[in-house]
Design a protein around this ligand. Sequence first.
Ligand SMILES: Cc1cc2nc3c(=O)[nH]c(=O)nc-3n(C[C@H](O)[C@H](O)[C@H](O)COP(=O)(O)OP(=O)(O)OC[C@H]3O[C@@H](n4cnc5c(N)ncnc54)[C@H](O)[C@@H]3O)c2cc1C
Ligand SMILES: C[S@@+](CC[C@H](N)C(=O)[O-])C[C@H]1O[C@@H](n2cnc3c(N)ncnc32)[C@H](O)[C@@H]1O
Length: 656
Amino acid sequence: MSDTLLPTQAQIDWDDQGRPHSRQYDDVYFAINEGIDETLHVFIEQNHLRQRFAELKPHACLVIGETGFGTGMNFFCAWQLFAALAPADARLHFVSVEKYPLARDDLARAMQLWPELAAFTQPLLKQYVAIHPGFQQFSLDGGRVTLTLMIGDALEQLPQLDARIDAWFLDGFAPAKNPDMWTPELFAQLARLSHPGTTLGTFTTTGWVRRSLIEAGFTMKKVPGIGKKWEVMHGVYNGAPVARAAPWYAHPAPASGPREALVIGAGLAGCATARSLAARGWQVCVLERHDGPAREASGNPQGVLYLKLSAHGTALSQMILAGFGYTRRWLEHLQRGQDWEACGVLQLAFDDQEKARQAKLAAAFDNSLLQRLERAQAEAIAGVALPSGGLYYPEGGWVHPPALCQAQLDHPRISLLTHADVLELRRIDGLWQAWEGERLLASAPLVVLAGAADIRRFPACAGLPLKRIRGQVTRLPVTESSRALRTVVCADGYVAPPRGDEHTLGASFDFDSEDLTPTMAEHQGNLALLDDISTDLAARLRTAELDPAQLRGRAAFRCTSPDYLPIVGPMADVEAFNEAYAMLAKDARQVPDVDCPWLEGLYVNSGHGSRGLITAPLSGELIAAWVSGEPLPVPRAVAEACHPNRFALRRLIRGK
Ligand SMILES: Cc1cc2nc3c(=O)[nH]c(=O)nc-3n(C[C@H](O)[C@H](O)[C@H](O)COP(=O)(O)OP(=O)(O)OC[C@H]3O[C@@H](n4cnc5c(N)ncnc54)[C@H](O)[C@@H]3O)c2cc1C
Ligand SMILES: C[S@@+](CC[C@H](N)C(=O)[O-])C[C@H]1O[C@@H](n2cnc3c(N)ncnc32)[C@H](O)[C@@H]1O
C-alpha cells in the first residue's frame, strides 16, 4: 500500500514555444496552437455544456468528471463558460483524477499561456497547496464551484468515488501512449458513475476504445474534429443504473421544503457546516448557547495543524490527509500572523518507538508532506535547541480557531443566534423546531447537530458513543529570546511560535474531570511537557521564574469517538433501524432490500477529538454533499467509516 501514498509530480519539458510536454508519457498536454479551441470543441461542445449550463434549474449542480487534470485547462474553460452562462444560484462540481500532479511552479508557468483565463486560473493557483494523494477538495468562487481532485491512478481512485456524473471529459493522453489507463476497468467505472443521459466527449476515435465504451453502455458517435484531429467522439450513457451502497449508507432522499437549515453549535464543526450549506444556497441559522462563536473547544488562542497519519492508508489517515488539504486551502483566505501561520510543525522523535513510527511514515509519504530531520537540521528550523530530530511537516502550522470559525460564518446567508441553548427538538409538519424550554428558537426542514458531546441530549443521538476529554492550554508571555521559535514543536505536548505577545502551550488530557476551571496542577503539567520539548525554550521563556498560580490559560472538552473518526452524516431512527436490519445479527453478510429509516433532515457533525482543525471543515463539506447528493469529498469507504450508522450496525452484527 505504501507506494500508492507517494505522489509523483509531473515531469515536464517545456518546448521552444513555452508549452508543456510530459516526460512520463512522451506526449503533449494540449495541441500546439489549438489548446483552448480543442478543449471547447471536444469537451464543451460534445457535452452540450453551453446549453446545459444556461438551462440549469434553481440550485441545480452540474457534475463534470474528467480523467487527467493535467494543467487544468479543461476545468478553467468549463468554469469560464459556467460563470458566463449559468443562472446565479446554480453550481458546478468538477471531479478530476490526476496521477502526476503538476508542481506549483509548472502549473503557474502553464497558466501564463492563457492570460484570458486569469480570473479562473489565479484563484486555483492561490489555493494550490497541500496536494497529496487521495481526495483533495477546493472551494472556489465563494463556494459556487467545487473542484474535487483525486490524486492517484484513475483505476485506483475512481472506484472510491461516490458521485453521479452528468458529463465526462475523457482525456488522459492518447491510448497508444497510455494503454494502462484506457482499460475495461476504467470504462466500467465510467458506467458505474453515470446515469442514463450522462454525456461524454473524447478526442480519441481509436476503434477498441469506441467498442469498449459501447460495451460499457455508451452510445458512441464519431463527429468532425478540429485542427489536426479529423474526428473526435461524443457519447451518451444509456446503460442500466448500477447498484449503489448498502441501504444504511445510502443517500437519504433530499430534504423537502424551503432551503432553510438550523445548525446547532458554533464551533469549528458548526461554522464549517453552515458555510458549506450556505455555499449551496441554504439559508442557515446557527444556534449557539454562548454569547458568540468558538467559546468552547474551538476557542483556544492557537491550535496546531498536526497530522497524525498512518503509513497504512487507514480511513482515519485518508480523512486526515484530505482534511488537512481542505483546511490548509481555506486558511489562504485568512490573515497570516494574526489568524494563522504556515510556520511548519515539527514532531520530535522523542523515543525509539516514535523514531520507528516516523521512519515508516517517511517511507510512505512524499517529502513535500513530511521530512525526517536530524537534530541539527531540526534546530536550524525551530530556532531553539532540541533534544532530538524528528519529522517535519513544512505545510503545517498554527491556527487561531475562532478566526476560522468567524471567517466561515461571514456569509450573507448565515445568521448567528446567540444565547440560544437548544434543549429539545420537535418535528412538526415536516420542520424541525428548536426549543429552549418554552421558547421556540427557530425551525427549518434541515437541522445539523454540531454541539460536540452535547448532541447526546437529543434522543436520536443518545446512543452515539461520544466521550468528553478535558484539556487545558497554558498561555505563556513571549520574551525577547522566545521569539526565536520559528515552528510549532510537538512531543507529548506542543508549543507554538507567538501569536501577538503569547505562545500557546498544550495540552493536558483528563478523562474524569467535568470542571472547566483552569487548574494550577495542569499548568505545571504543561510546563513539564515543555521541558520535554526543549529545555532551551523553557529557559528562554523563564518558566522557572513563573508563579504557577499566576499562569493563564483555558480548559475545554475534546469530544472523541471510540475509533477516533469523527461522526458525520445523516441520522436514522435507532429503534426502526434495529428492527429493519435485525437479520444482520444472524448473518452479517446479508444486504436486505429495506430502505434505511432516516430521520428526515437530521444530520450530525461531531466527534472531532484533538484534531478538529483538520477534520471539522471538510466534514462540513461532507454534510453538504450528503444533503445535496453531490459527489462526496472523501472516498466512499472513508464516508462510511465516519457515518453515524456505523455504531448501530456494529452493535447489530455483534448481537448486542
Ligand atoms: C485543550 C485542547 C487543545 C486542542 N488542541 C488542538 C489542536 O492543536 N489542533 C486541533 O486540530 N484540535 C485541537 N483541539 C480539538 C479541537 O479544538 C476540537 O476538535 C474542535 O474545536 C471541535 O469543534 P466542535 O465544533 O466539534 O466543538 P466545540 O468547539 O466544542 O463547539 C460546540 C459548540 O456547540 C455549542 N452547543 C452545544 N450544544 C448546544 C446546544 N444544545 N445549543 C446551543 N449550542 C450548543 C457549544 O456551546 C459549542 O460552542 C484541542 C482541544 C482542546 C480541548
Ligand atoms: C493530456 S493530459 C491532460 C490535459 C489536461 N486536461 C490539461 O488541460 O492539461 C493527460 C493527463 O492525464 C494524466 N494521466 C494519465 N494517465 C493517468 C492515470 N492512469 N490516472 C490518472 N491520471 C492520468 C496525466 O498525468 C496528464 O496530466
